[in-house]
Design a protein around this ligand. Sequence first.
Ligand code: SMG
Ligand code: MG
Length: 368
Amino acid sequence: MKIAELELRTISLPLVRPFRTSFGTQIAREVLILKLTTDDGTVGWSECVALPQPLYSPEYVAGALDLMRRFLIPTLFQAGDIRAESVAPLLAPFLGSPMAKAALESALLDAQLRLENRSLADFLGASKAKIPCGVSVGIAPSIPLLIEEVSGYIADGYRRIKLKIEPGWDIDPVGEVRRTWPEIPLQVDANQAYSRGDGELLAKLDQFELLLIEQPLDEHDILGHALLAKQVHTPICLDESITSLRSAEDALALKATTVINIKPGRVGGYLEAVKIHNLCLNSGIPVWCGGMLETGIGRAANVALAALPGFTLPGDTSASSRFYHQDITEPFVMEDGYLAVPQSVGIGRVPHLDFLDSVTSHKETIRI
Ligand code: SMG
Ligand code: MG
């Protein structure tokens, strides 16, 4: 299979409500959508999960676009006959940027599977036809407004609630949600907002019987997470720190994490994500599928991944309506707290082209 053409477009989709985290507020999703065409005319779609600003990770939309244009795409073109499995080794000399690399690998994988008449779920090794859904809840303007927002998600049927926290927005809001819903599976995500000295404060969360505390410290502070894990009973779960299979092996060996959030974009693609899943499955470490506010394109692939047997905790795999009034694909609609795993070829979704065009702010095509 040869890549004949790559279409890169930036789209902007307004969010149904602002999404505030410890590092900033997103009001729209500016996202890079890739359309790859092979030499026999087969098309594959993907999205790059980099945010517009380098705040969650060093990658950002305009940077990813530049890197793809300047280095990554020419390298794939030069390689001639390739498969999705060759993308990571070919792009390895270019350091970092797992999200940009993942987007290219995913687009090629979608095309490859369409050519082979196979679904991504089948290719990855999915063992479930539907997956339970969690929802990630941003930092709210007040505790009553938080309770109101969470009430809506509980009414929608979500099976797990994740609350974003930061210093000053932690014990009180989490306590109020726990008091209101004593039984709901609940977890928190700090996006690196705390420091090593905050162990005593974070241990106050133990009383709320949370599933986990996600990424409390700096992404590079593996030792700090290991020390914190001795101070806090709630399991520590790494997100930003896990950028590859090797970093997962290291964090587990150093006892810095006992649960892992797998985000394919953060680790360089679905193939690396499966390797981390396999490592964790063999080590008895639960994993769950993270989210980056994906459109239906990225969400379709995440839902397939989340159907693998080691994904034993509900992920941030919510319905399209959690973030978007209108998705660029047929929307993901939750039924009784579950999403159906797409079973048709490739990722099982394609964009609605008229709508995609209507939200596109930039489009370019690179040909061999
Ligand atoms: O897609 O449901 C989603 C978002 C989940 O909270 C979420 N993602 O750190 O896990 C995380 C964040 C990263 C993106 S925040 C803008
Ligand atoms: Mg996170």
